[in-house]
Design a protein around this ligand. Structure first.
Ligand SMILES: Nc1ncnc2c1ncn2[C@@H]1O[C@H](COP(=O)(O)OP(=O)(O)OP(=O)(O)O)[C@@H](O)[C@H]1O
Length: 585
């Protein structure tokens, strides 16, 4: 039973142990509270007896002692309950977030192509938060209340089974009503969540595109769009809350009907002489207490239904197959060989063929040489370089590094041999030093500085207030495009990996900087397998080999001189660029 419960609510072993303890301590707290009521009832019965028949007043000392013991037990039990129903779950949910983030890190990039990023953000933040609240405020409370009331019900059967039934019948009925509404309510909650994802998406988009929105004077249009999705979310949430409120209040009313039935049954039994008035009074006192622990559980039980859906979404990420492979990677040299490779984004998923973006691509990028990929926009250059680093797996043919099929190697192990400079440089809100050190975590300061100097970072970093210790803002917002790219190059240089993938590495540099960085690159790339993507023919004229891609196929390959002489695609591109360079405004 606990195993399916653990799976249903996506709990770790420690989490399920916490639930068990939380339930135990909540039940005990409820029982101690009930025992306190019983104790006060006995004291009061003593007073009533004194008033009725002049019996001795109960002794004060045992009463004070009893109350003291009661308060100490209640405090201790409450404390344990608090720890096991709250503290443990904040830790549990923190761990869940980390587990999901870790899983996402290992998932193939094709997964992110299929899944909406706002939806994933909502799962990591919103769904985990829902679970956090459900675990801490509902699970323990609910089961603790159920167990405590079952024990009290069983004991009260001995005193008067008719009154016990009259007092307790409403608890299972109230829960049954709520449970039956689970089916129709789940789609309502799912719709509310879908609207929330839309709001997150719209806000993310607005923030991501804030520059473009300003530049095109689209503020009013975007705000209007944002308003529409926020309004829709508000409407769906209000509707969901109203339906939920209606059901919960019906359950509350049914629960409280137990007081009326206890009173009516008790009165009838007292009148017919079946029970003593004090027994009826004791039952009335009990019903005034027994429903209280259910109040919060009833109000929030719908959160458990929502939490089930949240757990399902989290499980779907955790069950997503990660890109696997051997951790043993012993290539012979680092030639990168594409052998009749075909590839389509989305191929193989949900049985889809995926539209081919590469067909029958074969070439070798030799160790110690620079292989340049050129071709029109959309011809597949970036895709080829991504396949070399196993960001995706080829759908046909093989990509090998030093004779080893990359599809058989663990992606993390494979990437240790790759240094990559992307077209869109991603920087972290850290110091310049910290950002470069991402290339190699264990690098000394001297090694980081040497890489930075080689990438020509010194010039702009020396103008920064704290030099290499200056924080560069979120995604390097305080840096120019060229500066960001130089940091990224420094990272790659520091990594000193045998294979280097440069994607338009020098696109944001001015002529002066480009020359310096090119020199640094050619010095430091010596001996490596370099695959460079460049649009500008000037950049690739010194390459050892050029592979020209057109519509996903290799149109031609050879040295720059051979290709120019052949007068084919490459020669045509060189001529076009010369023409473009001659243009004047
Ligand atoms: N993540 C993706 N999902 C689906 N299709 C993609 C994805 N990335 C690229 N494509 C498509 O694959 C084809 C090749 O794209 P690729 O980025 O490899 O071309 P490219 O030659 O590098 O282009 P550019 O020079 O403009 O950067 C294009 O048709 C593109 O639309």
């Amino acid at each position: 039973m606990f195993a399916s419960f653990q799976k249903k609510y996506f709990l770790s072993d420690k989490g399920i142990a916490g639930v068990k303890r939380g339930v135990f301590w909540t039940a005990l707290t409820n029982l101690i509270t009930m025992a306190g009521v019983g104790f006060l009832f006995l004291v009061m019965a003593g007073f009533v007896e004194h008033l009725a028949s002049g019996a001795d007043l109960p002794d004060a000392l045992p009463i004070v002692g009893g109350l003291l013991v009661f308060f100490v037990m209640l405090f201790a039990s409450n404390w344990q309950q608090y720890y096991y129903t709250y503290c443990i779950f904040y830790e549990e949910c923190g761990k869940q977030r980390m587990e999901i983030a870790e899983r996402l890190r290992k998932l193939p990039l094709s997964f992110f192509g299929r899944r909406d990023l706002a939806d994933l953000t909502e799962t990591i933040m919103g769904d985990v938060q829902t679970m956090e609240h459900a675990y801490s405020h509902v699970l323990g409370e609910l089961w603790g209340a159920i167990i405590a009331s079952a024990i009290v019900f069983a004991s009260s059967l001995f005193f008067c089974w008719q009154l016990a039934v009259a007092a307790f019948w409403s608890i299972p009925v109230a829960f049954a009503v709520l449970y039956l509404t689970r089916g129709p309510m789940t789609p309502v909650f799912d719709r509310v969540r879908a609207e929330k994802v839309k709001v997150t998406e719209a806000i993310q988009e607005t923030l991501d595109c804030v520059r473009e929105i300003r530049a095109t004077n689209q503020e009013a249009h975007y705000l209007e769009g944002l308003n529409v999705v926020i309004d829709a979310e508000e409407r769906k949430t209000t509707k969901g809350e109203l339906v939920n409120g209606l059901l919960v209040n019906s359950a509350f009313s049914i629960l409280r009907l137990g007081i009326a039935t206890t009173l009516a049954t008790g009165a009838a039994m007292v009148v017919s002489g079946q029970v003593d008035f004090m027994v009826m009074f004791a039952f009335l006192l009990m019903v005034s207490r027994i429903y209280a622990p259910f109040d919060q559980a009833l109000m929030l039980v719908s959160e458990l239904f929502v939490a089930e859906s949240s757990a399902k979404r989290m499980r779907s990420i955790m069950e997503e197959p990660v890109a696997r492979g051997s951790e043993q990677f012993e290539p012979v040299g680092h030639d990168v060989v594409f052998d009749h490779v075909a590839f389509g984004y989305g191929a193989g998923e949900d049985g889809r063929a995926g539209e081919k973006v590469l067909t029958d691509v074969s070439f070798t990028a030799k160790e110690g040489e620079v292989t340049a990929l050129v071709g029109p926009s959309g011809s597949g250059k970036s895709t080829v370089s991504r396949l070399a680093a196993r960001f995706w797996d080829a759908t046909e043919g093989t990509v090998t590094v030093g004779g080893v099929d990359v599809a058989s190697v663990d992606p993390e192990v494979l990437l240790r041999d790759h240094a990559i400079v992307f077209q869109d440089v991603l920087l972290f809100d850290d110091t310049v030093m910290g950002n470069i050190r991402l290339g190699r975590r264990d690098a000394t300061d001297e090694q980081v500085l040497a890489a930075a100097r080689a990438a020509n970072c010194d010039e702009f970093v020396s103008r920064m207030p704290q030099g290499y210790d200056t924080m560069i803002g979120e995604n390097g917002s305080k840096l120019s495009g060229g500066e960001r790219q130089r940091i990224s190059i420094a990272r790659a240089l520091l990594k000193d990996a045998p294979i280097v993938l440069l994607d338009e590495a020098t696109a944001s540099l001015d002529v002066e900087n480009e020359t310096v960085v090119q020199q640094a690159l050619s010095r430091l790339l010596a001996g490596k397998t370099v695959i460079v993507i460049a649009h500008r023919m000037r950049t690739v004229e010194n390459a050892d080999k050029i592979v020209v891609l057109k519509d996903g196929v290799v149109a031609e390959q050879g040295t720059p001189a051979q290709l120019k002489a052949a007068g084919g695609e490459f020669a045509h591109m060189v001529a076009l660029q010369k023409e473009a360079a001659a243009w004047q405004l």
